[in-house]
Write a protein that binds this ligand. Structure first.
Ligand code: HSE
Length: 401
C-alpha cells in the first residue's frame, strides 16, 4: 500500500477520497499496489463520519510521517497551502494540487524544489478540471512550438454566457441563477472578473514557454459589462460571446489576454456551452488540437488529481522533469495585438463614426434603437483605444474573433 494524505476536505478533497474508493481496484492494478489515505488535514472535525479517524489539524503530523509518500493539496488560495506544500516537498513527499492560485504564483519554485528532492509536484487539475491539458503540454506536445493556446477555461462564466444567450436574460439575473445552482460562488469576483481564467492562462503560457509568466502582467477583462443588448447584437451577427483566455506567439514574443470575444459559428470554441471547458492548441508541426470536457466540479477535478496520484505512484523514486524556470517571461504589450472590434455608440451619427473609424460594418439588432452598433476594420488595441477616445460616446466594446 502506498500511503497518501489529503490537505483540505472540501468539495475536491472529498471527491479525491470518493474517486480512490470508487475505482480502488483499477487504480491498484495500474499502480501495482493500492493507495491508502492515511491522513486528512482539515480545520474541522467530522464526528460520526468514517473520515473522522483520519482527520488531523496540524500539517506537521503529515510532514513527520515518513510512511506518507504522496500528498494532495485541495485547500485553495496561496497561503497556507504554499507553506504546507513546500514542507511536504522538503520532506521528500510527492505533491499534487488542484489549486491554480498556488500554481500560478509559486509553480516554478515548487517544481524546482520537487526536482531537488527527486519527487514530483503535479497540477493537472489546476487548469480545465478533469480535462487533460497539463500532461499533454508537458509530455505529448513536446515536438512542437506551441504558437497559440486559446481556451474557455472558466465553467461558471461559460454557463452564464450560455444562459444569457439562450434566455436573453440580464447579467445579474443569470449570476443569481448560477449561484443558486452552486456554479458561482457567493463572492463570484474571481470568476466573473476573469481572475480565475487569468491564472489558468498564466500557468499554460508558463508551460508552453518554459518560463515564469506573472499573471499580473496579463491584461484581463471579465464578463460583468456584457448585457442582454450585446447578446442581441451577437445573435444578429450569428456569433456567440465567450470569455476567452488566450496566449499567442507573435514576432516579438507571446501576448496573453483574458477578455470576452464574439465568436463566429466556424470557431472551434463556438459550441462549447454550459459549464464545459475547452482548450484549443495550435502547434507549428501538429497544427490544431482541441481538449474538451468537464472543466470543473467535484468528481471531474478529483479525477485529474487522482490521475496525478497514479502517475506519482508509478514514479515514486523519480522526478519527471517539467520545463518551467523561475526566469520571468516578458510578455508583449497587449496594446500591440490586433483585432476587429464590435462597438456600440450612444448616437446614430454615422458620419461621426466613419470620420474616426473609416470603413465599418453596421449591425442592426432586433428592438435596439437610439444607438449604433458597428464592427471596425482590423487594428491594434492602441489604435482602437485612441479612436474610441476621439469618438467619445462608446458604450460597449467587444473584440471580434
Ligand atoms: N470557478 C472555477 C470555474 C472552478 O468556474 O471554472 C474550476 O477552476
Amino acid at each position: 500500500m502506498i500511503k497518501a494524505a489529503i490537505m483540505g476536505y472540501g468539495t475536491i478533497g472529498s471527491g479525491v477520497m470518493e474517486v480512490l474508493e470508487i475505482n480502488q481496484n483499477s487504480i491498484a492494478k495500474r499502480v501495482g499496489e493500492g493507495i491508502e489515505v492515511k491522513y486528512v488535514l482539515d480545520l474541522r472535525d467530522f464526528p460520526g463520519e468514517p473520515i473522522q479517524e483520519k482527520i488531523v489539524h496540524d500539517y506537521k503530523a503529515i510532514v513527520e510521517d515518513e510512511e506518507v509518500k504522496i500528498v494532495v493539496e485541495t485547500m485553495g488560495g496561496v497561503e497556507p497551502a504554499y507553506t504546507f506544500v513546500k514542507a511536504m516537498l522538503e520532506a521528500g513527499k510527492h505533491v499534487t494540487t488542484s489549486n491554480k492560485a498556488l500554481v500560478a504564483a509559486k509553480g516554478a519554485e515548487l517544481i524546482a524544489l520537487a526536482k531537488e528532492k527527486n519527487v514530483n509536484f503535479m497540477f493537472e487539475a489546476s487548469v480545465g478540471g478533469g480535462i487533460p491539458i497539463i500532461r499533454p503540454l508537458n509530455s505529448c506536445l513536446t515536438a512542437d512550438e506551441i504558437e497559440e493556446i486559446t481556451g474557455i477555461v472558466n465553467g461558471t462564466t461559460n454557463y452564464m454566457m450560455t444562459k444569457m444567450t439562450e434566455e436573453g436574460s440580464e447579467f445579474d439575473d443569470v449570476l443569481k441563477d448560477a449561484q443558486a445552482k452552486g456554479y458561482a460562488e457567493k463572492d463570484p469576483t474571481a470568476d466573473i472578473e476573469g481572475y480565475d481564467a487569468c491564472r489558468k492562462i498564466a500557468i499554460l503560457t508558463s508551460l508552453v514557454c518554459g518560463q515564469q509568466v506573472d499573471f499580473e502582467d496579463i491584461h484581463t477583462e471579465g464578463i460583468t459589462k456584457i448585457t442582454a443588448t450585446d447578446i442581441k447584437y451577437a445573435k444578429a451577427m450569428g456569433r456567440a460571446i465567450k470569455l476567452l483566455a488566450s496566449s499567442k506567439k507573435t514576432d516579438g514574443g507571446y501576448v496573453a489576454m483574458v477578455a470576452p470575444y464574439l465568436l463566429p459559428k466556424t470557431h472551434p470554441l463556438y459550441s462549447v456551452n454550459d459549464v464545459f471547458n475547452a482548450i484549443f492548441v495550435h502547434g507549428n508541426v501538429l497544427g490544431d488540437a482541441m481538449f474538451y470536457g468537464s472543466g470543473a466540479g467535484k468528481l471531474p477535478t478529483a479525477s485529474a488529481v487522482v490521475a496525478d496520484i497514479v502517475e506519482m505512484a508509478k514514479h515514486i523514486d523519480m522526478n519527471i522533469p517539467v520545463e518551467w524556470s523561475s526566469k520571468k517571461l516578458e510578455l508583449v504589450d497587449y496594446k500591440k495585438s490586433v483585432n476587429k472590434f464590435f462597438v456600440r455608440v450612444s448616437s446614430e451619427d454615422k458620419a461621426a463614426v466613419e470620420k474616426v473609424f473609416g470603413n465599418v460594418s453596421y449591425v442592426a439588432a432586433e428592438g435596439v434603437t437610439g444607438e449604433l452598433g458597428f464592427v471596425t476594420e482590423t487594428m491594434t488595441e492602441a489604435e482602437f483605444e485612441s479612436k474610441a477616445a476621439e469618438l467619445g460616446n462608446v458604450v460597449q466594446t467587444i473584440r471580434v474573433a
